[in-house]
Write a protein that binds this ligand. Structure first.
Ligand code: PLP
Length: 396
């Protein structure tokens, strides 16, 4: 026990996953084949959205979203400082301006009141959008954000990378899955190996908006259109006859990118998706064990807790002497991690004018947070070992 490293998160690849990939490798298409559409359909059905667009990774998904929503130079967009940098960076890719709100110290999610305060500082129309994050797997109340967004004419991109399968209950008591498109214009997911579903690299955008869906498809492939109904150049120019475009013809209508997923990655994603619900239940079970273990501990200043609908990408505790605990656990081969260093205090964003004190709750959280091992294949023995080592550290 304690010899092999216990990481904070880990992918699970089964023999079935391997066979699914191998089969695709010898099929006709390595990319742009049938597995992509199948993955998109299955994923949309799992999440409960109308449409899904598979892309190269979660960051590409975010970039396509800001492009599709037409973010332009100077457009102000609000997000949380406690997230992976890509949630904010996608605004910068389009030369927009990132405005960081603060977190709710109990949920660790973007505090809607901090967003309201920001919105009230300027005339309506100053801000263009909000990017709330289902941080750690906890579903943010999108209904409240939608109401606020409607009042100010803002769009919403929900960063649901941590929360496939997570949900909150809306004001009518109805379960609303993260990224289901009921409230946000667009939602994004990542299939990086530490996330719930692994493709190696991969991402997905979900939406209920047909127009945005078609925009995303176009932007994902260079801005190229291959449907003659939508062509802008004339048949004559194209070199066609009898009022028909020639077979080779296509048009690049917008500045797009190559943000496609490959078929073998989609095959892996599909195979993983079949086990997603099982993995989610396992994460919730593991969280339950942590919750119970830490319930009465005086070294706990805060924790992920027992929350309905939590997808538990991360299990976080807040605790004193965090650096001591981190180093002690590493010595014992438990590789806990910190999520996240506040984004606004990364040197890049400091360079844009952000400073300490701009998001006090996020900064306080950062000083004490630590993410414990959380993944479906974490064994009972491994988890007991982790809990035992934490107890040991605080009783030294
Ligand atoms: C992982 C992650 C991303 C980026 O996804 P990649 O697939 O790694 O590009 C974006 N936002 C959050 C919250 C993430 O955790």
């Amino acid at each position: 026990m304690g010899k092999a490293i216990i990481p904070y998160g880990k992918q699970d690849i089964t023999e079935k996953d391997i066979q699914a990939v191998v089969k695709t490798l010898t099929a006709e298409y390595l990319t742009q084949g049938p597995k992509i559409l199948e993955f998109e359909k299955q994923f949309a059905s799992y999440i409960g959205s109308k449409y899904a667009v598979a892309v190269a990774n979660g960051t590409a998904a975010l970039h396509l979203c800001t492009l599709a929503l037409d973010v332009k130079t100077g457009d102000k967009v609000i997000t949380t400082p406690i997230t992976f940098a890509a949630s904010a960076n996608c605004v910068r890719y389009c030369d927009g301006e990132v405005v960081f709100g603060d977190i709710d110290p109990h949920t660790y999610l973007l505090d809607i009141n901090s967003v309201k305060r920001i919105l009230e500082t300027a005339p309506k129309g100053t801000f263009k959008g909000i990017i709330p994050v289902d941080f750690a797997g906890r579903a943010i109340n999108m209904e409240e954000f939608k109401e606020l967004a409607a009042e100010y004419g803002l769009w919403i991109i929900e960063d649901a990378c941590h929360a496939p399968g997570g949900f909150f209950k809306d004001s009518n008591g109805i379960k609303q899955n993260c990224g289901n498109g009921s409230f946000a214009d667009l939602a994004i997911f990542s299939f990086h190996p530490v996330k719930h579903i692994a493709c190696g690299e991969g991402g997905m955008i979900t939406t209920n908006d047909e127009e945005l869906y078609h925009k995303l498809l176009k932007l994902r492939t260079h801005g190229i259109v291959k449907n003659s109904d939508n062509y802008e150049n004339s048949v004559e120019f194209a070199g066609g006859i009898n009022n028909e475009y020639p077979g080779w013809y296509m048009e690049m209508q917008d500045l797009g990118y190559n943000y496609r997923l490959t078929d073998f990655q989609a095959a892996l994603g599909l195979s993983q998706l079949e086990r997603a619900e099982k993995g989610l239940l396992e994460r919730r079970r593991i969280a339950g064990v942590y919750n119970q273990a830490f319930e009465s501990k005086d070294y706990i200043n805060g924790q992920s807790g027992a929350i309905d609908g939590h997808a538990y990408h991360l299990y976080i505790i807040e605790t004193p002497d965090r650096i001591g605990l981190y180093n002690y656990l590493r010595e014992k081969k438990v590789f806990a991690q910190i999520h996240y260093i506040p984004c606004h205090l990364m040197p890049y964003y400091r360079g844009l004018g952000w400073a300490e004190g701009d998001a006090p709750a996020a900064e306080k959280y950062y000083r004490e947070c630590i993410s414990l091992p959380m993944y479906p294949t974490l064994t009972e023995a491994e988890q007991s070992y982790v809990i035992e080592k934490i107890d040991e550290f605080y009783s030294l």
